[in-house]
Design a protein. Structure first.
Length: 239
């Protein structure tokens, strides 16, 4: 574990606050195509003076080689230009927004898909290969926090299968694992499904239905450890 990551985890643990929130959005069309969007919000790093000072110190020690610029940054990376140009990765993009003045630290990844099966394909490729040299640590974070689960789409029905969360036990093992648990503790993962017609019903536990949308919220740590899931079915009407 590099020193800058260790400092960030330590800061979060001492302050007993979550440093990350995730928002996953899936936009479906009638033919099964659509768009996937996921945002990692780490703005807590900037909003807390103690965390911010630790980030500044870590960035200063790492120097320019770390690629960690604490200032005003808005970078768009085309993942298809980073050695991952095949299939769904071809049109995938990642945007990193860091603003000291606004207290924002956001990382967003999005891509269009021809069928929902490509969502799992995207995260598998991200996990296996990273997000290319330009994406650096944030590409790794994307694969680390991937919600997981395979999707199936049939007429008027969207299904998300259970994710087995392989590797989670190893991730949270040992002393470093305890810091990781503190880092993610208190965070939430929210999934919003945008369907092409009014939702009739869903079997996803705890889901909230509002017209054409279904919203599911889970504790981030429980989701990563596999204690809760996102699996279930959504049935909807055509417009």
């Amino acid at each position: 574990m590099t020193k800058n990551i260790f400092l960030l985890l330590a800061a979060c643990s001492f302050l007993l606050t979550s440093c990350i929130e995730t928002l996953e959005e899936i936009y479906m069309n009638k033919d099964g195509s659509g768009k996937y969007n996921v945002t990692f919000d780490m703005s807590e790093f900037f909003s807390n003076p103690m965390m911010k000072s630790m980030i500044e110190e870590a960035a200063k020690e790492e120097g320019e080689a770390s690629g960690f610029d604490l200032g005003e940054t808005d970078t768009l990376i085309h993942l298809g230009d980073s050695g991952l140009a095949e299939g769904v990765m071809k049109n995938a993009v990642m945007r990193m927004t860091m603003s000291d003045s606004l207290g924002k630290f956001l990382v967003n990844m999005s891509f269009p898909f021809e069928n929902v099966g490509q969502i799992d394909e995207f995260f598998q490729k991200l996990s296996e290969q990273g997000a290319g040299a330009d994406a650096g640590m944030m590409g790794g974070m994307g694969s680390l926090l991937m919600p997981g689960g395979k999707f199936a789409f049939q007429k008027k029905r969207l299904t998300r299968m259970k994710n087995d969360q392989e590797g989670a036990s190893e991730l949270f093992a040992g002393e470093d694992g305890e810091f990781m648990k503190m880092f993610f503790s208190g965070g939430t993962h929210t999934t919003v499904y945008h369907l092409p017609g009014k939702v009739k019903k869903t079997t996803i536990e705890g889901a909230e239905v509002d017209g054409n949308t279904v919203t599911v919220e889970r504790p981030l740590m429980d989701l990563m450890e596999g204690k809760v899931g996102l699996e279930g079915e959504i049935r909807f009407k055509n417009k």
